[in-house]
Design a protein around this ligand. Structure first.
Ligand SMILES: [Zn+2]
Length: 120
């Protein structure tokens, strides 16, 4: 499954190391794009999620990352745990990313807000 990557802006909740490898998420044009905080989200081309840009000011979606610090407690048996983050897009710019602490999501890469996109 293809996704985009958000680089920077997040530290591991376990060891506080900066997440270097980025957070994978699926919003806007899905084309292995690389973003940083403050970048505008692309909605070009056919392969967009959702298909057209929502008119809401704020979108929150789940993304996935792992800690790059092999001494972190999130590493077990030489593999890092996949951790979940919330990526917030405000006025079509990537505003923030933080560890997700809500209930078990219904699906991978879930869009949390606006609620009408949660079924995508
Ligand atoms: Zn860590």
């Amino acid at each position: 499954m293809s996704f985009n990557t958000l680089e920077g802006g997040l530290v591991c909740p376990h060891c506080k190391a900066e997440i270097i490898s980025g957070v994978g998420f699926r919003l806007g044009t899905i084309a292995s794009l690389r973003y940083k905080i403050g970048d505008s989200l692309s909605w070009e081309g056919e392969n967009c999620r959702p298909a057209t840009r929502p008119q809401t000011k704020e979108i929150k979606t789940l993304g996935y990352y792992n800690c790059d610090n092999i001494k972190c407690s999130s590493w077990q048996d030489c593999y890092p745990d996949v951790q979940v983050a919330v990526v917030t897009v405000a006025n079509d710019k990537i505003a923030s990313v933080e560890p997700y602490q809500g209930p078990e999501p219904a699906k991978e890469f879930q869009i949390l807000e606006p609620a009408e996109l949660a079924a995508l």
